[in-house]
Write a protein that binds this ligand. Structure first.
Ligand code: F6R
Ligand code: MN
Length: 188
C-alpha cells in the first residue's frame, strides 16, 4: 500500500510545504539563545521581528517513517552573533537528520552531546549536512538573504529543547573581520 506516499510542492518564497503546519519564532521567543543579552534586550525593545519559520509535515505512522520541515531563517545579527535557530537534540537520541540547503548562505553548528565536540559545517544552496544521533544542531544565517533549507528526520525523533535551553551550545558563531568565526562562549 502506498497510502502515505505524497508528492508535495515547496514554496521557497513563502517557506511552505503544501499541507504542512506552519510555525514561527520571533525575536522574543529566543531569549537566552544569543550570547550578548544586553544587545538582545536592546533589539527586542525596538521590535519583535520574525527570525525563522518552519513548515512541517509530520508523520504519525511511527517506526521507519520520516517527517520533514522547510525552514526559513532571516538574515541579521544580535551584536556580532548571526541570527540562529534555538537548536535542539532529538528526544530519541539515536535519531539522525539530513539537512539540504536550498537558498542563501548558512552554517550548521553541531555539538556532540557526550564529548562536547563541536563542528561547523556549511549549509548553503545545494549543500547537504548529515546530523548524526546524539548531536545538538543549530542553523545559522551568515548571508544577507533568507536561508532556506529542508530537514528530513525519523518520524519518532521528537524534539528536546531543554538541554540546550539550559546551557546553550558551547560555541558561538560571530562576525570577525567580516567573516564568521567559531568562538568559545566562555571566552567572548
Ligand atoms: C527538525 C529540525 C529542523 C528544525 C528547524 C528549527 O528536527 O531539526 O526542522 O526544527 O531548523 O529549529 P529549532 O527546532 O531548533 O527551533
Ligand atoms: Mn532536528
Amino acid at each position: 500500500m502506498i497510502a502515505a506516499a505524497v508528492a508535495r510542492r515547496l514554496d521557497l518564497d513563502l517557506g511552505r510545504i503544501a499541507g504542512g503546519t506552519f510555525s514561527c519564532r520571533f525575536l522574543g521567543d529566543l531569549r537566552g539563545s544569543f550570547a550578548d543579552r544586553e544587545r538582545y534586550e536592546e533589539a527586542l525593545a525596538r521590535g519583535n521581528p520574525l527570525i525563522y519559520s518552519v513548515s512541517t509535515l509530520e508523520s504519525a505512522a511511527g517506526d521507519g517513517d520520516l517527517s520533514y520541515g522547510l525552514g526559513v531563517l532571516m538574515p541579521g545579527k544580535i551584536g556580532r552573533e548571526y541570527f540562529l535557530t534555538k537548536g535542539h537534540l532529538h528526544a530519541w537520541r539515536e535519531a539522525a537528520e539530513v539537512y539540504v540547503g536550498l537558498r542563501g548562505h548558512g552554517l550548521m553548528l553541531l555539538e556532540d552531546e557526550q564529548s562536547g565536540e563541536s563542528k561547523l559545517l556549511p549549509l548553503s544552496a545545494n549543500e547537504i549536512v548529515y546530523v548524526p544521533g546524539h548531536t545538538a544542531h543549530r542553523t545559522i544565517n551568515i548571508g544577507t538573504v533568507p536561508l532556506v533549507y529542508l530537514g528530513v528526520y525519523p518520524a519518532n525523533a521528537g524534539h528536546d529543547y531543554g538541554a540546550i535551553g539550559e546551557r546553550n551550545f558551547r560555541n558561538v558563531v560571530i562576525e570577525e573581520a567580516s567573516s564568521p568565526a567559531l568562538r568559545d562562549r566562555m571566552k567572548l
